[in-house]
Design a protein around this ligand. Structure first.
Ligand SMILES: [Zn+2]
Length: 379
């Protein structure tokens, strides 16, 4: 780099860079290079995490707290094209799919929805970038420092002269989340579509909620995969948090179990109906169940509607789930001292008795009243 006629800094030749606050720079900031370098660090980290023996919860947490910050740190100062950020997201998802973390046809928005709403809780580079831009604009307009005032003037000038500016971009990103930014100096606020005014200090929460809403809306467009999720989301008598408590609360659950559950929820098992209607890979016209041959073979049918499985697999599944509660009841009434773990193959005996209580497992009861509909109650 030539300083003047006589002095040159030899280390800063053409194509050479130095780091300022961790960001690569030459005579000017090379933003694309910064992104490429950060992505080069981000993706191998994702790869290490998703091929490690960590549980699913921990993999997601590590991706958010160990891999993503490489990019997050730079987002405040860099202006990156969204298409390249989407490429980084896509590459990260590809690594997750290759490591069995997600079915290739599983919904992307579900990956980014929080776990308590039925998603996986991963954070996307593109969406974090947009939120960071909105937050940095709010910060810029909150700060009374005269140096920051100069930055504000610079941004406003850039906008007036038609150059790319933080003000314009942040307003656009906020609009995508149905939020209008009112950027009065020293008192910037967010206004929602129903007229609610939120101060900059509380904007973080609002942005997070709006983004969740956006992911839900995108998911709801995909009629096939979201069908079983939507039934839960829209049923007001259900508690969404309880429906998906297993996703959030089961911290040691391995990824392949969760990916398998998603395949059930999203109807992605290779049933006849799936190969005919969704992937259109089946050339055979008929879709009748291979076991009973009576009804169309869908995930819902295989899980709970097939008459061929009703007396065997369904009964076994039903008893295996119920026995956990039954053993707890036995212990409570002093009929059993220790409850076997849920995965133990031990099945309850038909009858238990002590001086105060009696308990029966799968025994027919002959009732005196006509109102009893099932004479073989569970327990
Ligand atoms: Zn069947």
């Amino acid at each position: 780099m030539r300083m003047d006629e006589t002095t040159t800094i030899t280390a800063l030749g053409e194509g050479k860079h130095y780091k300022f606050l961790g960001v690569l720079e030459n005579v000017r900031q090379d933003e694309r290079l910064a992104l490429a370098c950060a992505a080069k660090e981000h993706l191998p980290r994702i790869s290490i995490i998703w091929s490690s023996p960590l549980s699913d919860c921990n993999r997601v947490q590590a991706s958010n707290q160990y891999a993503l910050p490489v990019l997050l740190y730079l987002m405040w100062t860099q202006h990156w094209p969204l298409s390249e950020l989407r490429d980084v997201d896509r590459a990260a998802r590809k690594i997750i799919v290759e490591n069995g973390g997600k079915h290739p046809a599983s919904l992307i928005s579900l990956l980014y929805l929080p776990r308590e709403k039925g998603g996986r809780g991963l954070r996307s580079v593109e969406h974090e970038y947009k939120i960071t831009k909105i937050k940095s604009l709010l910060k810029l307009y909150q700060n009374p420092d005269p140096t920051v005032e100069a930055v504000r003037e610079f941004e406003e000038h850039a906008m007036a002269s038609g150059h790319q500016s933080l003000v314009k971009k942040a307003a656009k990103y906020a609009e995508e989340l149905n939020i209008t930014l009112q950027i009065d100096t020293l008192n910037p606020v967010c206004v929602t579509t129903d007229g609610k005014v939120v101060t900059a200090a509380r904007a973080g929460n609002l942005l997070k909620q709006s983004q969740e809403k956006q992911f839900l809306e995108i998911a709801k467009d995909k009629k096939w995969q979201e069908k079983l999720f939507r039934i839960r989301w829209e049923d007001e008598s259900l508690s969404i948090a309880s429906c998906f408590a297993w996703l959030k609360g089961w911290a040691t659950c391995p990824t392949h179990t969760i990916a398998g559950m998603y395949e059930l929820y999203e109807q992605l098992l290779p049933t006849k109906l799936y190969t005919k209607e969704k992937t259109q890979t089946s050339t055979v016209g008929e879709v009748l169940c291979r076991l009973c041959g009576k009804v169309a073979e869908s995930v819902a049918h295989v899980l709970a509607g097939c008459s061929s499985l009703a007396q065997t697999k369904y009964l076994y599944r039903h008893n295996a789930a119920l026995k956990i509660l039954f053993f707890e009841l036995l212990r409570e009434h002093g009929l059993m001292e220790e409850v076997p773990p849920w995965y133990s193959p031990v099945m309850p005996k038909p009858a238990y008795q002590n001086t105060t209580s009696e308990a029966f497992w799968d025994i027919p009861i002959y009732a005196e009243h006509n109102e009893v509909r099932a004479n073989r109650i569970d327990a």
